[in-house]
Design a protein around this ligand. Sequence first.
Ligand SMILES: Cc1ncc(COP(=O)(O)O)c(C=O)c1O
Length: 391
Amino acid sequence: MSEKIEVFGLSQTVSELAETDISKVAKYGWGRQGLIPLWFGEGDVPTPKYICDAASESMQMGETFYTHQNGLSDLRKELIKYTKRSFGVTLEEDRLTVTNSGMMAISLAMQMLINPSDEVVVIGPVWPNIYSTVELNKGIVTHASIKMSHDGWSLDLNEVFSAVTDRTKAIFVNTPGNPTGWIMPGEDQKSLVEFAREKNIWLISDEVYHSLVFDRPVATSMLNFAESDDKVIVVNSFSKSWLMTGWRMGWMVHPKGIAETLAKLVQISTSGVPDFIQRAGITALRSGDKTIAELRERCQLGRDIVFDRLEQWPSVRAIRPNGAFYAFFMVDGVNDSLDFCKKLIDICNVGLAPGSAFGPGGEGFLRLCYASTPEKLNRAMDALALEINKR
Ligand SMILES: Cc1ncc(COP(=O)(O)O)c(C=O)c1O
């Protein structure tokens, strides 16, 4: 029995939740003078003023009360327009629930679906919180791996299909992917939707990086291939596309008939997303296309600064991705990425996330978030070159 259960009487599941290796590195480096932190998944540009103004005006108008558990009708209507314009998909309002972040949408989906010992096939390497939410709900994670080759990151769908057993409740996929930048091809999305339909299991598709793509206008959504009654949940977020990480607002698209269940879960957790934050979301959706375009341009520039260097370093294996805002690269001889990231803090004063945090297939890699200024990225790469090129 863990010490925390004995001393505090905490739930065993909660006490056994692992601290992520990203947190361990961040704790190690936090507060160091001059450190360049590229370990978390966010940029360094604050939310644009026109979005902040919308929230502030709403607050001044007294929109400060409890609100609708599935989200304001006005916001859901705007999300319907956004989905149509971005993906060409028509939704109805009762298929949308606004959530307090993309993370909360994932948590609600897992709470809603998992019975103890249900299996969830997680396609990884992926953001560590996914594993934790399955575990917190007493589910069991099984794996299918995206792999790096000379041609890029790819997934063998047969690996996903063979990971599904009689106990599988859902498949979780994140595309464009954190940390790899992998983008699932449309034909594979279609096959996965058909497979889930045939097996009568759920498919949770995390599309929070849908707009951060460099070789196409938008990543295709699972919604492009799903029918309205398929057991498909698409998770999305205001965090990345509209520079709103601290606002904590996301949304989910789900089949008809489960909005009431989600409303119950929202009621006993946050009771809804604050009205004024939803008003800011409406403004972001109506007026934010330029913000997205500028972020994409900035990320593409960041990507190229980082990869132009990484590709020259003999000990590094890296694939320039077309989605999300991370470099996920391997350094020869690194088999303890947590330890190596601490070393990079000590020697280079640069904070990266260790690949070990991202589940099976992640060890040996390092993740660098390039949603940053050219000046900061160049300084970080100069510092990293000295240590990484020694190897
Ligand atoms: C893959 C993935 N999904 C979901 C999220 C959640 O985003 P948020 O909770 O800020 O909406 C993140 C955040 O980093 C992420 O990387």
